[in-house]
Write a protein that binds this ligand. Structure first.
Ligand code: ATR
Length: 275
C-alpha cells in the first residue's frame, strides 16, 4: 500500500515541502507521497485524530501549529522540548506519535555542508531569541561551536535563553554591531527581511570579519539586505535554503531511515525561490 506523509499549516499553499519530499521518495524508490493539508487552528485536534486514524506515516507542522500540536501527541523528544515547538511527527512501531524538531540540527547540517572541510572557529553570535534562535543556539553548542553570544531586541528574552545554556553571554545590539569583527559565525534568526514584508536589518553587519560565515535563516528572498551587506563586507554568506532542506532531510530520515540528496535539492529550491 502506498504510504503517505503531509504538512499541516495555515496558510499552506506556498509550502515547498511537498515538491521536496516527493522528489526524495522518487529518488529512494519508495511508494509514498507527501501532501499539503490546510488546517485552521480550530480544527487542529480533529485533524490530528484524522491523521492518526487514517494511518499517515508522519507529517511536518508549520505556522501556526508548531506549539499548539504538542498536547495532541503521545510524546515529544528532547529537541522539541527545548524549542517548545514541533516541526516533525513520526510514529513508533507500536503506533505512538512522537513530536521532534529538526530546525536546529538542520541549521547545523547546512552549515557543515556549506563550510565542508573548513570548520568555522571562533565566537558565535545568534541574533534573535525566538523559537528558531533557541533551536539553533542549542544545536550549535551541542555540535561544539562557541563560545556563544545572543543579542535580541527584547533583552529579557535573550537573557532567558542564555540562562538555559552553559557559558552563553547576552550582548546589546549596539555592542554586537561594534564587536561584529570578533565573530567567526553570525546567525540572523529574526523575521526581519522575510518576504520583503519587514524591511531593514536587525543589526548592521558591515563590520563582519572577512571570511567569517554570516548566515540568515530566511530564504525568501534568497539574499536579504542583511546578507547582502555582509557579503559586500567580505564575509562568506549562507542563506536559509540549506536549513530548510536539511530540516526536511532530517524529517525524511526519521520516516524512512534514509538521508536524502541535499545538495541537488538546495539547487532545486534555490531555482524555485529565485523564479
Ligand atoms: P521564530 O519561532 O521564527 O523564531 P518568534 O519566536 O516569534 O519566531 O521570534 C521572532 C524573533 O524575531 C524574536 O527574536 C524577535 O525579537 P523580540 O523578542 O524582540 O520580539 C525578532 N524580531 C521580530 N521583529 C523584529 C524587528 N523588527 N526587529 C528586531 N527583531 C525582531
Amino acid at each position: 500500500m502506498k504510504s503517505w506523509y503531509a504538512v499541516l499549516g495555515d496558510p499552506i499553499a506556498q509550502s515547498m515541502s511537498p515538491v521536496m519530499h516527493d522528489q526524495w521518495f522518487e529518488e529512494a524508490g519508495l511508494h509514498a507521497t507527501y501532501i499539503p493539508i490546510h488546517v485552521q487552528a480550530e480544527t487542529l485536534e480533529q485533524a490530528i485524530a484524522g491523521l492518526r486514524t487514517l494511518g499517515s506515516g508522519g507529517w511536518n507542522v508549520t505556522v501556526p501549529h508548531k506549539q499548539a500540536i504538542i498536547p495532541y501527541l503521545d510524546e515529544v523528544d528532547s529537541s522539541a522540548e527545548r524549542m517548545e515547538a514541533v516541526n516533525t511527527v513520526y510514529r513508533t512501531e507500536d503506533g505512538r506519535l512522537i513530536g521532534a524538531n529538526t530546525d536546529g540540527r538542520g541549521f547545523v547540517k547546512s552549515l557543515e555542508e556549506f563550510t565542508a572541510q573548513e570548520r568555522v572557529t571562533g565566537p558565535v553570535l545568534v541574533i534573535g531569541a525566538g523559537g528558531a534562535a533557541r533551536g539553533i543556539a542549542f544545536a550549535l553548542q551541542e555540535a561544539g561551536y562557541g563560545p556563544m553570544y545572543v543579542t535580541n531586541r527584547t533583552v529579557s528574552k535573550a537573557e532567558d535563553l542564555a540562562s538555559e545554556m552553559d557559558g552563553t553571554q547576552v550582548i546589546s545590539t549596539e555592542e554586537a554591531e561594534q564587536r561584529l569583527g570578533e565573530f567567526g559565525l553570525v546567525v540572523q534568526t529574526t523575521s526581519v527581511g522575510m518576504n520583503f514584508a519587514q524591511a531593514g536589518m536587525p543589526l548592521d553587519p558591515k563590520a563582519a570579519a572577512k571570511n567569517a560565515v554570516v548566515a540568515d535563516i530566511i530564504y525568501n528572498p534568497l539574499e536579504t539586505a542583511f546578507l547582502q551587506t555582509a557579503r559586500l563586507a567580505g564575509a562568506r554568506t549562507m542563506n536559509g535554503v540549506g536549513m530548510f532542506v536539511h530540516q526536511g532531510a532530517l524529517a525524511f530520515e526519521k520516516w524512512t531511515g534514509i538521508y536524502p540528496d541535499t545538495k541537488k535539492m538546495i539547487d532545486t529550491i534555490t531555482m524555485k525561490v529565485g523564479g
